[in-house]
Every structure is written in structure tokens, then in C-alpha cells.
Design a protein. Structure first.
Length: 208
């Protein structure tokens, strides 16, 4: 009960009755109980928190309680068209610097728009190598700490720009290190280093 309420409190003030949020949290908790496997090598609370939060976020998203601004949506649509145009012209995914130059937006602005329009990621979502963000950043800690730090978009948004993009492409988009390297315009070795550094920062956030 305490674990569920700890997650529910994070979404108070979103326009949905607290009791309704608690019921959604209970559904997520029961799903976690049903699916949890001790061989995952994580504490149950580490596994359950994203399941509970995910159930609530799914409802908020479907119910349109969480909205993205019109300007952000329009810029996101423009970026999608530009990406497609550059992909056809270059025969590959455009690098971030190329997209920024053509769009007139800064790389930081593009990152913010993409993160805002990206559906909340599941901690169990796998990259091309079968890795999950949960398995990479899971850490020991109190349940309250996990609740406060498992809002991935907030944590990722606090990272330096290039590290943020590395996490976005690798774990939110599920790209390989090679694909991520091509988009960022760096080597695969640099992507590997960026990934290790950004994951270490995320672990620090989870342990605070």
C-alpha cells in the first residue's frame, strides 16, 4: 500500500481524483506481482514502481490529461518532414548538426521537442542488443527514492546534451550503437563512452 501511494502522490494535481489514481496504481501493482520473476536479479520494488507508474501514465496519456503544447507539436511535425527529406537526399539518417542547420533550431531545442513528443518509455523496453534501461540503471535504495527518480524523462533531461541524445536514441528509440553514432556524427567508440558516462549519472540520480 505504501509503495502504491508513494507513486500516486507523484501524480497528484494532474486533474484526476486521487482515489482513481490509487486504483490505477493497484492494477499496475497486480501486473507487477503477476509478471515478476526473481531471475530478473532486481528487488521487487524496483520492478513494481515502473509498472505502477506506467499504468497511471498510460491512463493520463489516453485520457489526454497530459498535453503537449501546440507549438511543440507543430515543430515536431516540421522536424519529421525535415528528417524524411534529408534521409531521401542523403541516403541515411541526418546527423543532429545537419538537422539543426537546416531547421534553424538549436540541437538543444530539437532534443527537448523529441523528448516531449516521445511516449514515456518502459523500463523493460529493449535496445537492439536486448538491453533495457532498467537493467542498466537499477540501483539499491529506498522505495521513496526510486519513486522520485524513476521519472525517466526528467532524469534524462538533466543530462548534458550529447549524453541525453545517446540515452534517447539507444533506450527510447532502441537503436544500435552504430546507428546512434551515425546520427550523432561520432564514432561508435565515442557512443560507448557516452553511454557509460550517462548511465553512471543516472545511477547517481537513483541513489540520491
Amino acid at each position: 500500500m505504501g509503495l502504491i501511494w508513494a507513486v500516486v502522490r507523484r501524480y497528484s494535481g494532474c486533474g484526476v481524483e486521487t482515489d482513481d489514481l490509487f486504483q490505477l496504481g493497484c492494477i499496475g501493482f497486480l501486473k507487477a506481482v503477476k509478471c515478476f520473476d526473481i531471475t530478473y536479479g532486481t528487488q521487487f520494488s524496483t520492478y513494481a514502481v515502473p509498472k505502477i507508474a506506467g499504468e497511471i501514465r498510460r491512463f493520463l496519456r489516453d485520457d489526454q490529461a497530459v498535453k503537449v503544447g501546440r507549438t511543440t507539436k507543430e515543430k515536431g511535425q516540421a522536424l519529421r518532414r525535415l528528417r524524411e527529406s534529408l534521409r531521401c537526399r542523403l541516403g541515411r539518417e541526418a546527423h543532429l548538426s545537419e538537422l539543426a542547420e537546416v531547421s534553424g533550431m538549436s540541437a538543444e531545442e530539437i532534443a527537448v521537442i523529441d523528448l516531449a513528443l516521445t511516449a514515456p518509455a518502459s523500463l523493460q523496453q529493449e535496445t537492439a542488443e536486448g538491453l533495457t534501461l532498467e537493467s542498466m540503471v537499477s540501483a539499491e535504495g529506498t522505495e521513496e527514492s526510486l519513486v522520485e527518480k524513476l521519472a525517466l524523462r526528467e532524469a534524462v533531461d538533466s543530462l548534458p546534451e550529447r549524453e541525453k541524445w545517446t540515452i534517447l536514441l539507444r533506450f527510447f528509440k532502441g537503436l544500435t550503437q552504430a546507428q546512434t553514432a551515425r546520427i550523432l556524427g561520432v564514432s561508435q567508440v565515442q557512443v560507448s563512452r557516452l553511454e557509460r558516462r550517462s548511465l553512471a549519472r543516472l545511477r547517481e540520480l537513483l541513489e540520491e
